[in-house]
Design a protein around this ligand. Structure first.
Ligand SMILES: N[C@@H](CCC(=O)N[C@@H](CS)C(=O)NCC(=O)O)C(=O)O
Length: 213
């Protein structure tokens, strides 16, 4: 990865080093050995789509390539896979046919979105509303389900995989809940064991959460 250099040939990821959705994209880029420039979104409260690489949803990550612009982590990861000269066995969400896998993916992405809403509403500076407290209950329920099903999920994924979108997203979610102190994660033994194993990958080590300065 090179920092802040932008030209037409090097892909650009727009995001933040503290963002779990951005980290998904950066882990895929590292696993797939796709070089990119990293453009930091400085102001998370900006209403200018230009600051988000042109994403009208005002969300990160965004990938800009000579072929076009890709909004959202899954789109970005798929394009990185197409750009890569490597051919690892990647398991994508549409291949998760067993209910436990499909539900795990749904809950991981929902928990990530719920976390974003909780963090952003805190940024807004108001006291916790009834809806926010419902979201917090939902988040705790989702994490309990994931803890309970983690062993089955990992055992049900194809054993010959090199990488799965499900594991990358689960890893980013768990570590981010801890990093942003949204939920204490120490009691989630199965999820922590999974993360400790996953973070031995260079792609995870290179993308540790931090606040951009
Ligand atoms: N559907 C998008 C969601 C991305 C997302 O919510 N990103 C967060 C940062 S982790 C964001 O842009 N938050 C800004 C906001 O909520 O205003 C994806 O899958 O990438």
């Amino acid at each position: 990865m090179s920092v802040a250099r932008e030209d037409v040939t090097t892909p650009v990821i727009v995001g933040r080093s503290s963002s779990h959705f951005t980290r998904i994209a950066r882990i895929f880029a590292a696993e797939l050995r796709v070089d990119y420039s990293f453009r930091v979104l400085r102001d998370l409260l900006s209403s200018n789509p230009e600051d988000y690489g042109g994403n009208p949803a005002l969300r990160i990550p965004v990938l800009q390539t000579p072929r076009g612009v890709w909004f959202g982590a899954l789109n970005v990861c798929r394009e990185l896979r197409r750009m890569s000269s490597l051919t690892p066995h990647v398991v994508w969400p549409e291949e998760l046919e067993a209910p436990v896998l499909a539900n795990a993916q749904e809950l991981v992405l929902q928990a990530m979105s719920t976390e974003v809403t909780l963090i952003m509403s805190k940024l807004g500076g108001t006291a916790e509303s009834a809806h926010q407290s419902k979201m917090r209950t939902g988040l705790t329920n989702m994490m309990a389900w994931l803890e309970q099903n983690a062993t089955t999920v990992l055992a049900t994924l194809p054993s010959n995989r090199d990488l799965s979108f499900l594991e990358v997203t689960l890893f980013c979610l768990v570590r981010h809940l801890e990093f942003r102190e949204v939920l204490p994660m120490t009691s989630y033994e199965e999820l922590n064991a999974f993360c400790q194993k996953f973070e031995t990958r260079a792609s995870a080590m290179e993308t540790t959460f931090r606040f951009d300065t």
